[in-house]
Design a protein around this ligand. Sequence first.
Ligand code: PAF
Length: 294
Amino acid sequence: MDSSLKVASTIAEIRALVQSCRAEGKQVGVVPTMGALHEGHLSLMRAARTRCDVLVSTIFVNPTQFAPGEDFEKYPRPLDHDLDLCRSEGVDLVFTPTPDIMYPAGHQTHVEVEGISQPWEGAHRPSHFRGVTTVVLKLLNIVLADVAFFGQKDYQQQLLIRQMCRDLDVPTRIETCETIREEDGLALSSRNAYLSAEERTQAVKLSTALQWGLEEIAGGVQDLSQIRQEMSQRLTAETEFVLDYITIVDAWSLEELESPRDHMVAIAAATLGSTRLIDNMLIPPFSLQTLNDR
Ligand code: PAF
C-alpha cells in the first residue's frame, strides 16, 4: 500500500479496498476498535503491522454492546485525532461506519455464544456480549482479514470471539496481544479518562490486587478461595471501589477455581465513582502464546 490512509464509511467501499489488496496476494490484518485510541490500541496496530502486509482498523462505537444507562452517549469520539494516530501507526485503511450502516432498519439477527458468555462480565452486563459478538462477526465478514487483533485486557471478550470463530467456521485467525499498562500498573482503557484525580490514584489497586494474587500462587499457596478473599480486601480497603468480582478462573471455561491448575487467569471488575474498570492477569505457566497457539 502507499503511505496515505484511506477512510471508508460504507461496506462496499471497504470491501473493494480490501479486495484489491487481497487480489495482489497481500496478508490483511484488522484491528477492530471503538476509537478513542490509546497506546493499547496502538500496540495492537504495531503487532498487526509487523505480521501483515495491509493494516485495516475499524472505528465504530457499537450501540448494541451498551445497555441503557451505560456510557454510549458520553463515550469519547475524537475521530480526527484517532485518524492522525492511525496515520502515524501506518494503518492503510480505516472503516468508520455509522450505526445505520451497521444496523440498517429491519436488522434482526444477533450472535450469541452460550456458556462462556454467562459468568463475570456476562452476569454484570447481560446484553453486552451479544452486542460484541454480533458486531465483531459483522466486521470480520465485511473486512475478510486473514488475522484480527484483540487485547488481552478484555480477556472474556477475546475468548468468546475465538469460540464464535471456531463454532461458525470464520476463517479469520484471532491473535490476542498483551495488555498495555500505565507505569504504576493501571491497564490502559478509554474509560480511564472518566476518572477524577483522586479516583486515578485509587484505580491502581485493581492491578496491584491481581498482582498480589499471582505472587501468592507463584509462592506455592494452594487455597485459591483464601487468595480471592484477600485480593478483594486489598482492592476495597481505603478505596471507593465497589467490587463486582475479583477471582481466579480456568482460562478456557472461566469456571472459578478452588485449587491451582495449569491454565488460570486472575480477573477483576469494579466500579470507582461512575467508572467501571476491568483487568486480568494470566497466571504462569499459562501465557499468551498458549492462548494464541490453541
Ligand atoms: O473491545 C472493543 O473495543 C470492542 O468491544 C470491539 C471488539 C471493537 C467491538 O465493538
